[in-house]
Design a protein. Structure first.
Length: 154
């Protein structure tokens, strides 16, 4: 059995040492074996595999409770396949919405840059066109700003 230190596991998983301790404390992993003489945690390769999955889930924005559900579903195997699929698809939809929001923000900032470029060139038609792109992007953004405030932000 390979015994890995918390530092080794932190480096390999990308999770900080406090996060590793927290995940054990709340029962998301473990219990982790301890060195008999020092009391330091000693992780198995299987623990590292589980933590790498959790690190990926965390990077995707999956919360603790859904991580618990994911692990429980994995343990249940085929019997939980539909529930596992639904859990993952729910997060995929959330990520797709986040990406769409980021694209709207990107279009907005590019439109603003084009607006100021047109102004710098003295291109009134280009400025009007860029302003229209800014407004279209703004409409796709999820902000609480009244249209008249948007006009002032021009």
């Amino acid at each position: 059995m390979t015994a890995l230190t918390i530092r080794d596991v932190s480096r390999r998983s990308g999770l900080s040492e406090p996060t590793l301790r927290y995940y054990e404390e709340i029962g998301l992993i473990g219990p982790i074996a301890r060195d008999e003489s020092s009391g330091h945690r000693r992780y198995r390769t299987e623990d590292l595999d589980e933590l790498q999955i959790l690190a990926c889930m965390r990077a995707l924005g999956v919360g603790i409770e859904d991580m618990r559900t994911y692990q429980a579903n994995r343990a249940r195997g085929h019997d939980a396949a539909a529930e596992q699929r639904d859990l993952l698809l729910r997060h995929a939809e959330r990520i797709e919405a986040e990406i769409a929001a980021q694209y709207a923000r990107l279009d907005y900032i590019r439109g603003k840059a084009a607006l100021w470029d047109a102004r710098a060139r003295g291109d009134a038609a280009g400025e009007t066109e860029a302003w229209q792109r800014v407004k279209e992007a703004f409409d796709r953004m999820d902000l609480d700003m009244e249209p008249e405030k948007m006009d002032r932000a021009r």
